[in-house]
Design a binder for this molecule. Structure first.
Ligand code: SF4
Ligand code: SF4
Length: 277
């Protein structure tokens, strides 16, 4: 029987990169693998999903109904992965990102889980950009039939172009992979309950006469484009985090002229500006 894996997260979280690395490594290790990316249809906020199978026999169809392993990178992945869970599924998730209220929705379906503080660890010790590789480490710790060294080779090949320009990327990725494997190997359900983070109330609406400025943390990746584009310097990074854990912009509404530049430049639809006449 193939090993069936579902990975789900936001665009920009590296879901497809992780899936590709696993599929390629399985093949270079003499296994069959299939990898099917699937993206949400909404213009903004579509969940990035990957169907992955590994088998010693030919794989006949890339989609499947229930998964042996489900990996959730963010809150909005939870509704997308729910139907793939069964009592035999291993559920891997980032417990430094996913909120308790999201986990509550699938709690009754989970028997076996691995909670990994991937983003928190990556941010603190490496770089937030390698949080997906920490999760990759957690996955491959459960794919014992494939040699770890082969994963390292594929990982470095995947980032070869970037490593040429910035050699430190090599150690960041290898460090993240090893950290992920270590978390998985030491994981003990008795010590780590099935939980995530508590939702914090973030102020999202700001307004003054005739101008309303709104931000959507669930879509903001913290790129800062809006801040650069604001003609009145009304925007700056705040202490609040968007879905990737990066700082999110906040407006000084008194300085905002309602031009809408920030809304137009934002690639993720994370700002809405309304100006009434
Ligand atoms: S609407 Fe214009 S002035 Fe207001 S925050 Fe956005 S870019 Fe700045
Ligand atoms: S609101 Fe949009 S443009 Fe601004 S930091 Fe967030 S994602 Fe980038």
């Amino acid at each position: 029987m193939p090993t069936k894996i579902i990975l789900a997260g936001e665009g920009g979280q590296g879901v497809q990169t992780v899936a590709k690395i696993i599929a390629v490594t399985a093949q270079r290790s003499g296994k069959n693998s299939s990898y099917l990316p699937a993206f949400g249809v909404e213009q903004r906020g579509g969940v990035s999903l990957a169907y992955l199978q590994i088998s010693s026999k030919p794989i006949t169809y890339p989609r499947f109904a229930k998964a042996d392993m489900v990996v959730a990178f963010c809150d909005r992945a939870i509704p997308a992965i729910k139907d793939f869970l069964s009592k035999d599924t291993l559920f891997i998730y980032d417990n430094s990102v996913i909120k308790n209220k999201s986990l509550e929705k699938i709690k009754n379906l989970i028997n076996n889980y691995l909670a990994m503080p991937a983003l928190a660890l990556a941010k603190e010790k490496l770089s937030s950009k390698v949080a997906n590789v920490v999760l990759l480490g957690g996955i491959i710790a459960h794919l014992k039939e494939i040699d770890y060294q082969e994963f390292e080779k594929t990982l470095l090949e995947e980032f070869a172009d970037k490593i040429i320009k910035k050699p430190e990327i090599k150690d960041l990725n290898l460090g993240a992979l090893k950290a992920g494997i270590e978390i998985a190997e030491k994981f003990n359900k008795e010590e780590t309950p099935f939980s995530g983070i508590e939702a914090t109330e973030i102020k999202t609406n700001f307004s003054k006469e005739k101008i309303s400025w709104q931000r959507f943390p669930e879509y903001c990746k913290g790129c800062g484009l809006c801040i650069v584009r604001c003609p009145t310097k009304a925007l700056q990074f705040s202490r609040d985090s968007g879905f990737l854990g990066n700082p999110m912009p906040i407006v000084t509404i008194e300085k905002c002229i309602g031009c809408g530049n920030c809304m137009q430049i934002c690639p993720d639809g994370a700002i809405k500006v309304e100006k009434s006449t």
